[in-house]
Design a protein around this ligand. Structure first.
Ligand SMILES: Cc1cc2nc3c(=O)[nH]c(=O)nc-3n(C[C@H](O)[C@H](O)[C@H](O)COP(=O)(O)O)c2cc1C
Length: 368
């Protein structure tokens, strides 16, 4: 029987287990350039036998326009490629694998992040609500973005292709298109945030076009087997909640299945986060896609192992658990052997987006 700690093939790679590190923004790359502290953080989690079998990087800006959080990394200039090279080689030195999560935040940005102080862009001029934390650290209300003209869209798709190319130059093993959590591809997909009347709006086919073009841009660089796509059908905040998420996401999953992408990363839900009610389970999409299906959000060892054994998914991504426990797989091995009480470090949310090593590289491993 398949288990969470059994090996797995992912595209051309043989992974030691099915434990994946979920993408985690940490706001610790000033000027958008990854540094040696970032490399240390990833390296701590990179050993496939003790940490995780695959790291998905924190969300990484494909362009200055795609950014919207302080001190997040990018993949659009040479300094960023050099910074990511430090990270990728530190991960590889531990025998690990790392994919870059490619990110354009669209309307979630703020003029303070935009070149020339311009408005953020999106599918439609709809304010997503809430507050942005600006580069200077102040909280400011988000604004209504500018709707992209159809003629601007190929340029953004080019930005995805260029970032995918730079990810290869930096030594990543593949890329994940960030199609989840209310960012630009999701803003095009959802009928709550997309009111367009051209080829990019209206029908599900039209709303999915941007996401699929961005996926194709990644595939044009990496081939399909080293491209993953993250989707969040359960994101239930009003600004992004689709009126028929099962139909919308079934369509996207089917089109990505035809492209033979290396994996799909479909989030279920976290009980405390706004969600579609009742939540759509990942098994809804299982029949539509035969490739590697990763799921995430709120999983314990027992739940994850149960999902893999039950065939709901092939692998599980862990966010906060791996953030706080660099040796998560080592701890899971003890649980798998039947130990009842394996201690786990608790994540410290106040340090998720702070600066420096506290709550970043200082979580202890077992026995240390
Ligand atoms: C600090 C933090 C940063 C996050 N950053 C990202 C991100 O960059 N990209 C993304 O797709 N999801 C991001 N997420 C969502 C996580 O990938 C994951 O879905 C979430 O933590 C739920 O999984 P968990 O219960 O295993 O932590 C973030 C979550 C947290 C807590």
């Amino acid at each position: 029987m398949l288990e969470l700690l059994s090996s797995m093939k992912l595209g051309p790679y043989e992974l030691a287990t099915r434990v994946v590190m979920a993408p985690l923004t940490r706001c610790r790359s000033p000027m958008g350039v990854p540094n040696t502290m970032n490399a240390e953080y990833y390296a701590q989690r990179a050993d496939p036998h003790t940490g995780c079998a695959l790291i998905i990087s924190e969300a990484t800006m494909i362009s200055p326009q795609g950014g919207g959080y302080p001190d997040t990394p990018g993949l659009y200039n040479d300094a960023q490629v050099a910074g990511w090279r430090l990270v990728a080689s530190a991960v590889h030195a531990r025998g690990g694998r790392i994919y870059a999560q490619l990110w354009h935040v669209g309307s979630i940005s703020h003029p303070d992040f935009q070149p020339g102080g311009e408005l953020p862009v999106s599918a439609s001029a709809i304010n997503p609500g809430g507050e942005a934390r600006t580069p200077a650290g102040a909280r400011k209300p988000r604004v209504a973005p500018r709707a992209l003209s159809a003629s601007e869209i190929p340029g953004i798709i080019q930005d995805y292709a260029h970032a995918a190319r730079r990810a290869m130059d930096a030594g990543f093993d593949g890329v994940e298109l960030h199609g989840a959590n209310g960012y630009l591809p999701h803003q095009f997909l959802s009928d709550a945030s997309n009111k367009r009347t051209d080829d990019f709006g209206g029908s599900i086919e039209n709303r999915a076009r941007f996401m699929l073009m961005a996926a194709d841009a990644c595939i044009s660089v990496w081939g399909p087997s080293r491209v993953g796509v993250r989707l969040s059908p359960n994101t239930g905040s009003p600004a992004i909640m689709d009126s028929d998420p099962v139909a919308t996401f079934s369509y996207v999953v089917s089109r990505l299945a035809e492209r033979n992408v290396g994996y799909l990363h479909i989030m279920e839900t976290v009980p405390t986060w706004p969600s579609v009610t009742p939540p759509i389970p990942v098994r809804t999409f299982r029949p539509l896609y035969k490739g590697v299906l990763i799921t995430n959000a709120g999983f314990t060892f027992e739940k994850a192992d149960g999902y893999v054994r039950g065939g709901d998914c092939d692998a599980v991504a862990f966010g906060r658990a791996l953030l706080a426990n660099p040796d998560l797989t080592a701890r899971f091995r003890r649980l798998a052997k039947g130990e009842k009480e394996v201690p786990m470090n608790e994540p410290k949310p106040e340090t998720f987006y702070s600066a420096g090593p506290e709550g970043y590289t200082d979580y202890p491993t077992l026995g240390h």
